[in-house]
Ligand binder design. Structure first.
Ligand SMILES: NC(=O)c1ccc[n+]([C@@H]2O[C@H](COP(=O)([O-])OP(=O)(O)OC[C@H]3O[C@@H](n4cnc5c(N)ncnc54)[C@H](OP(=O)(O)O)[C@@H]3O)[C@@H](O)[C@H]2O)c1
Length: 331
């Protein structure tokens, strides 16, 4: 008689759309790690706008690859099984991982992660603090180090950086990393989060609902060398007067209009440029972020924590666009 495969609780969606009501609770087989993968018993999962944008069909027909799809890719947990070629991890190790964006699998009790996108989690870093890091933290890190050229040991020249939606997942990490990188940071957020964003190190904070905030105008008159733009599309005419001579807007959620502006500005050799950016998630950078959290130099601010049985609440909160920091789900 064939051996019965162990099953687990998971949350999936079976078609595009539907928001939080489109999430279904299911029992599915525990996944088997391939030779370069580890099987994790999950302790914390974080939700990103990417997850519900995929459900909305904003990446169709590429993602999700098939239905039903178990969403979410940012996790922390314990290794329970390793593939044949895995060298760095053993059962019992505590880790943070970025699951395959293509496969997802995070809203579950167990998930498989590639060894190269899994990093050790020291006891000083809690599972929720670790789970917040992959997509949001690595995006902020890439924008600031690769595009804006900041050196996070603070050894580079002073740069003026604007971070929009600084209270969001990406923004709150970006503020802290930019300060480590010797930047003067101007940030935008709602009035309720101004004190929080100042406490994370921002030099100047604008309430985005005031005329000055909507105009992105630095209170001290600074012109921005880089903008890490973490919210919906703004017209180029809002950015342009606030940029230094060769200022760049790193656009994390570019609209079609934003991409057209980028192409036009490139073609006309404009000095001030929008720069659409897609994050490339790298294990070495995730390891670096975990180390910063361990050393107390980077904090994950937790918006709210939800049990997996109420994953819909976490999903709805992310969909509302009103999260402060990271939304966490615990299996
Ligand atoms: N390109 C990439 O590779 C990449 C990677 C990661 C994320 N992203 C994208 O980057 C964006 C941000 O992601 P996230 O995880 O940080 O989102 P998030 O956590 O959902 O952001 C929510 C925060 O944004 C604030 N906010 C909303 N509109 C604002 C505005 N006009 N001005 C200032 N603050 C505003 C909200 O403040 P209030 O509640 O006070 O309104 C809330 O605190 C998303 O569109 C995401 O898809 C792209």
């Amino acid at each position: 008689m064939a051996e019965k495969k162990p099953t687990m609780h998971a949350v999936c969606y079976k078609s595009y759309g539907g928001g939080s009501a489109g999430l279904k609770h299911v029992d599915v087989p525990v996944p088997e790690p391939k030779k370069d993968e580890v099987l994790l018993k999950l302790e914390a999962i974080s939700v990103n706008p990417f997850d519900w944008k995929m459900q909305k069909g904003m990446m169709r027909p590429i993602l999700p690859r098939k239905f039903p799809h178990i969403p979410a890719s940012d996790v922390a947990g314990e290794v329970v099984k390793v593939g044949l070629a895995v060298k760095k991890f053993n059962p019992g190790d505590k880790v943070v991982a970025s699951l395959s964006i293509l496969a997802g699998g995070g809203l579950a009790e167990f998930a498989v992660a590639k060894e190269n996108l899994t990093v050790a989690r020291p006891p000083e870093v809690s599972a929720p603090e670790g789970a917040g890091l992959p997509m949001a933290g690595l995006t902020a890190h890439q924008a600031l180090t690769q595009v804006a050229g900041l050196k996070l040991d603070g050894s580079g020249p002073l740069k003026n950086i604007l971070i929009t939606a600084a209270s969001g997942g990406v923004g709150h990490y970006a503020v802290q990393l930019a300060k480590l990188g010797n930047a003067h940071v101007t940030a935008t957020c709602g009035a309720r989060n101004i004190d929080l964003i100042k406490s994370l190190g921002a030099d100047e904070v604008l309430d985005y609902k005031t005329p000055e905030g909507a105009a992105l105008k630095s209170p001290s008159g600074k012109k921005y060398d880089f903008v890490v733009h973490c919210t919906e599309a703004f017209p180029w005419s809002v950015f342009e007067p606030n940029l230094s001579d060769c200022g760049r807007v790193i656009d994390l959620a570019p609209s079609v209009g934003g991409i057209m502006t980028f192409a036009l500005k490139k073609l006309t050799f404009a000095k001030k440029l929008p720069m659409p950016m897609m994050a490339t998630l790298k294990g070495a950078n995730l390891e670096f972020l975990v180390k910063l959290v361990k050393e107390g130099k980077l904090k994950t601010f937790i918006d709210s924590t939800h049990p997996l049985s109420k994953a819909e609440d976490a999903w709805a909160k992310s969909l509302s666009g009103r999260a402060t920091g990271k939304i966490i789900i615990e299996p």
